[in-house]
Design a protein. Structure first.
Length: 262
């Protein structure tokens, strides 16, 4: 099986046209040769030097990353720099990098569907009932409980050392939305408010957006951006089963999120 066969499968599952406009040039085959035979595959949230060493250790010649490794244009490649060292090692070892970012967030069975399932949302919906570009939000119902109880549950489910809560810990929560990563921009906050959600789960909430949510009686639980990594486990199962790659797909054991709550 060639790397191109894996890419074709992924792009049917998570079409490139689901990606947000800013993201479109950054996804797909970011580095490498899609015509070579697949040895093993390593799935990761981010490509770091430790992830690359893990790929070498597992004889993986295809790394599938959620976040783009090359996000801004490269004008120079210094092999002594952190990213230059990664590029040099990948080229020397003929390792390819394929990126799925906001198309993986949006697509069926992607990041936000995975997080919604882990939180325990029932009757999960998408805005206008359509999986389409820009419709990242998933929302549904939980058994009525306090915001603090839900925050404690989410902390446990995602194995976090802590979360941040906007709003009263005693507020009763039933309708909940979720977007993985940095999902607290004004438009996304407004979507949650217009849907009359009790609470919204996402990461990296700016203070001004937190104030807007609070003023509109929308509670927010802020989690680490790194919880997006959990999508890699069902993706591993799908690749192994659908492409007959049993024993050839691995989820990275490297924690690439440097932010820790103590």
């Amino acid at each position: 099986m060639r790397i191109s066969d894996v890419i074709n499968y992924l792009e049917k599952r998570f079409p490139l046209d689901l990606a947000l406009d800013f993201d479109a040039p950054r996804i797909g085959l970011e580095l490498g040769n899609k015509q070579i035979e697949v040895k093993n595959i390593l799935l990761t949230l981010d490509l770091t030097i430790d992830v690359l060493y893990e790929a070498l250790d597992k004889n993986a010649n295809l790394i599938i990353s959620h976040h783009p490794f090359i996000f801004d244009p490269l004008f120079k490649i210094d092999y002594a720099s952190p990213n230059g060292k990664i590029i040099k090692l990948m080229m020397e070892n003929n390792i390819s990098l394929y990126v799925m970012h906001t198309n993986l967030d949006t697509g069926v069975g992607g990041v936000n569907d995975t997080l919604a399932r882990m939180i325990g949302l029932n009757n999960v919906n998408v805005i206008n009932g359509e999986v389409a570009k820009g419709n990242l939000l998933r929302y549904g119902k939980v058994t009525k409980q306090t915001a603090l109880d839900l925050a404690t549950h989410i902390k446990k489910v995602f194995n976090l050392s802590g979360v941040r809560l906007i709003g009263s810990p005693n507020k009763l929560i039933e309708s909940v939305g979720v977007i993985g990563g940095s999902g607290a921009h004004p438009s996304e906050i407004n979507d949650a408010i217009n849907l009359h959600l009790d609470l919204y789960v996402t990461g990296e909430v700016h203070l001004n957006n937190a104030i807007d949510a609070f003023n509109n009686n929308l509670s927010i639980i802020e989690v680490n951006h790194g919880v997006e990594k959990f999508v890699m486990y069902p993706l591993k199962d799908d690749l192994e089963n659908d492409l007959e790659l049993k024993g050839k797909v691995f989820v990275s054991s490297v924690n690439t999120d440097p932010l820790v709550t103590y």
